[in-house]
Design a protein around this ligand. Structure first.
Ligand SMILES: Cc1ncc(COP(=O)(O)O)c(C=O)c1O
Length: 370
């Protein structure tokens, strides 16, 4: 008997985006911008830093298991505390969902090239992992509903989706939901919810709660707290009660909870971050599109560009790195010919577009666009 099961042995560990300091040193650069991990370029809100700082006075005490933040979220979204869970990032909750609900013979169903964090977690459980192709870079919800079989236990949907940035509408989701049996748990990952929530056809899952849907959200994106590791989820009481049985007793940490509560109180920072992102999205989509890149329309805080093949995408990523712009090559997601570029500050975005112009010109032999 091998010590490590084959489904673990064959995994590749998650590779975080490249670090600014590493790239600065490797290429001897003064200016490096990281547009690779969909973080908030404004940083965290001053209110969350202050709340985190205050919480440090009690750092010798164990955390309360998320109780204070659950109560605050219940108040914010007008729910009962029993319908709310918190965790070490939304990925922490995803990991608990996989532990709590999957049995060995179950199957997980999602789109091709789904969010890589989910792929790693699901595959590490050793269950069958099935996917359905995108249709024009959007989830094909009809095909997903049709692919459900008697072993399907979990369907994972991210809306807006990472890495494509596309979203599905309320009508599409309603119709999908009607075709999925109640015994299948739908994970609705709304990590980028805030960026899309004002779109008239965005299906905000809070407006209609279904028994087999668990919503996941995060403080890592628009709230600028990716390093604190804090996320939350909503579901019916029975699902939450079972997740509470398997979660690590002391996650999330006290400073992470405090930071999240501080962030929820700072609506001005939220609006400022959303406005900056909207301008950045428009600018990157238009400018990169004008250069001939095939850019997918996005509802999140990043855009995806599809190149002719993996070699071209890798070359472009490298040319950008040399110029101090870190973007994400999407090989690990299963899209080796695509790169993802997060929005930055206005200066970052301009630097990115300028660097893209020279990178495209310098890429040996030119890149074959569109
Ligand atoms: C779709 C999606 N879900 C979840 C996450 C992870 O969020 P967290 O930092 O809360 O674990 C990300 C981060 O990139 C994401 O893109």
């Amino acid at each position: 008997m091998p010590l490590v099961p084959p489904y673990i042995e064959s995994l590749r560990p998650y590779e975080p985006g490249r670090r600014i300091e590493e790239i600065r040193q490797r290429y001897g650069l003064k200016r490096v911008v990281k547009l690779a991990s969909n973080e908030n370029p404004l940083g965290p809100s001053p209110a969350s830093i202050e709340a985190m700082r205050r919480s440090l006075n009690g750092i010798h005490l164990y955390p309360d298991g998320g109780l204070e933040l659950r109560a605050r979220l219940a108040e914010e979204f007008e729910l009962k505390i029993d319908n709310v869970i918190t965790g070490s990032g939304s990925e922490g909750i995803m990991s608990n969902i996989i532990r709590a609900f999957l049995c060995d013979d179950d199957e997980v169903l999602t789109t091709e090239a789904a969010f890589v964090g989910f792929q790693v977690l699901a595959r590490s459980r050793g269950v069958r992992y099935r996917t359905v192709p995108y249709r024009s870079w959007r989830y094909d919800l009809e095909a997903l509903a049709a692919a459900v079989n008697e072993r399907t236990k979990i369907i994972y949907l991210a809306n807006p989706n990472n890495p494509t940035g596309t979203m599905f509408t309320r009508q599409e989701f309603d119709s999908f939901h009607r075709h999925v049996p109640e015994r299948v748990l739908i994970i609705l990952d709304e990590a980028y919810f805030e960026y899309a929530k004002d779109h008239p056809s965005y299906p905000d899952s809070m407006h209609y709660r279904w028994d087999n849907v668990i919503t996941l959200r995060t403080f890592s994106k628009v709230y600028g707290l990716a390093g604190a590791r804090i996320g939350y989820g909503f579901a019916r009481q029975e699902l939450i009660a079972n997740l509470l049985k398997v979660k690590l007793p002391f996650e999330p940490s006290t400073p992470a909870q405090a930071a999240a509560i501080g962030a929820l109180d700072d609506k001005e920072f939220l609006h400022q971050s959303l406005a900056l992102n909207a301008r950045g999205l428009r600018f990157l989509t238009a400018s990169l599109g004008e250069m001939g890149l095939d850019i997918v329309g996005s509802h999140a805080n990043f855009v995806m560009a599809a190149l002719a093949d993996g070699e071209q995408a890798a070359r472009l990523t490298e040319e950008l790195l040399k110029r101090g712009v870190i973007v994400r090559l999407l090989e690990a997601f299963g899209l080796p010919h695509c790169v993802r570029i997060s929005t930055g500050t206005e200066e970052d975005n301009e630097f990115c577009v300028e660097s893209m112009r020279t990178a495209l010109a310098a890429a040996e032999g030119g890149l074959c666009l569109k």
